[in-house]
Design a protein. Structure first.
Lengths: 136, 140, 106
């Protein structure tokens, strides 16, 4: 029953939210260590991690009962790759945190988190509407 | 890793920067102090930051997460600034006074970067809060 | 999307066309096969499903960062919800009308 109600896209969206939350924690760590000598800024390469997620989701979650099928999202990403940024050679203390870059990443990530979570919420609201037989 | 861990990390950053500002304040206030309990002029203090990993054996992500901790405040070894001022009570035999190795301009720059780093961490705190609120609105 | 399976009533469209079930309503009104009520209903159900799929597509692309179209995604989701609600409202009306007719004392 649960699988009928909550499809691959639903699960994929949840995992993307996990990833975004992880990226947020990384940004927090980067900014906390903005002045720690030798600290390397870290981030999740979303382009790489999610680049093929939609296509993979489509092939693995295809619903054979229906000609058309929902866009799946295969985000099997419990242990995503974390990329480190090397410090520029002229940086004396070897710290590669760039506050401006991190500020942008922080906002971008929060926006994406908000967008995906709103979308997920909307889908759930529609399900709820359908499940409660069109009431409210 | 969850939102609360993120808050801990941000808190560590804020604490570290506040401590750094305290050393800057101390350095600025004592820029001309020629007497200390240990004898000799005041010496410039700098905090030592270290990235501390809570879970060094976890996943890639857990290992990447690091708080910042102030491991201590050390006094720098730069030589004091010698100024010829024979009338000064702390002048040596040749009339030179040893002033602290504090460069006020340098401290000002340090103060500004500290403020900016502190602001950045405070910003993260706000965004964490808004993300938590967004999460609570799912299915509302 | 699953909504089409979970929430929208599973009206066997092909059977409707043969004149059973809801088709009775359309058939008695004497409309031709092209503009029959059953066809309209089928189109409406398909429309709901299409809107859901379009919204899903948009959302998947947003989540994967393939195409970050925030407002487009939200509009698609709203459209999907509105069509779903409209469809449900129409269904309720139709069922109400059907029951009224069935309860009519002749």
């Amino acid at each position: 029953m649960a699988n009928v109600l909550f499809d691959g896209l639903h699960q994929g969206l949840g995992q993307v939210l996990n990833l975004r939350m992880a990226q947020h924690a990384l940004t927090a760590a980067n900014l906390a260590n903005a002045d720690t000598p030798g600290y390397k800024a870290k981030f999740i390469p979303f382009d790489e991690v999610l680049g093929k997620a939609v296509e993979q989701g489509k092939s693995s979650n295809m619903r054979t009962t229906h000609g058309r099928h929902s866009a799946g999202l295969s985000a099997n990403i419990d242990d995503p790759r974390v990329t480190e940024i090397e410090a520029a050679p002229w940086v004396a203390d070897g710290n590669s945190v760039d506050i401006e870059r991190e500020a942008v990443r922080l906002k971008e990530n929060a926006t994406m988190y908000g967008g995906v979570s709103r979308g997920l919420g909307k889908r759930l609201a529609m399900l709820k509407f359908a499940a409660s037989n069109g009431e409210r | 890793m969850n939102l609360l861990d993120t808050l801990q990390v941000t808190a560590s950053g804020l604490t570290a920067q506040r401590l750094r500002l305290q050393t800057v304040a101390s350095n600025m206030a004592n820029a001309r102090t020629t007497r200390t309990e240990e004898g000799g002029p005041y010496r410039r203090q700098v905090p030592v930051f270290e990235a501390v990993r809570d879970d060094p054996f976890g996943s890639d992500l857990d290992r990447a997460m690091a708080r910042v901790e102030v491991m201590g405040v050390v006094e720098t070894d730069d030589p004091p600034v010698m100024v010829h001022d024979p009338g000064h009570p702390d002048a040596d035999a040749e009339g030179y006074v040893a002033y602290p190795n504090v460069n006020v301009l340098e401290e000002m720059v340090d103060m500004m970067t500290t403020a900016r780093s502190y602001e950045a961490n405070a910003n993260v705190l706000e965004v964490t809060d808004s993300m938590a609120n967004t999460a609570l609105e799912i299915g509302r | 999307m699953i909504i089409s399976g979970a929430g929208v009533p599973q009206i066997p469209i092909t059977e409707v066309k043969t004149g059973e079930g809801f088709g009775g309503v359309g058939a008695t009104s004497g409309a031709g096969p092209a503009g029959s009520f059953a066809d309209k209903l089928a189109t409406a159900v398909d429309g709901v499903s299409d809107k859901q799929l379009a919204a899903d597509d948009k959302l998947a692309q947003l989540a994967s960062g393939e195409n970050v179209d925030l407002h487009g995604t939200m509009i698609a989701l709203e459209e999907a919800e509105i069509t779903l609600r409209t469809m449900t409202a129409v269904r309720d009306k139709v069922v109400g009308a059907y029951q009224e007719i069935m309860n009519m004392s002749i």
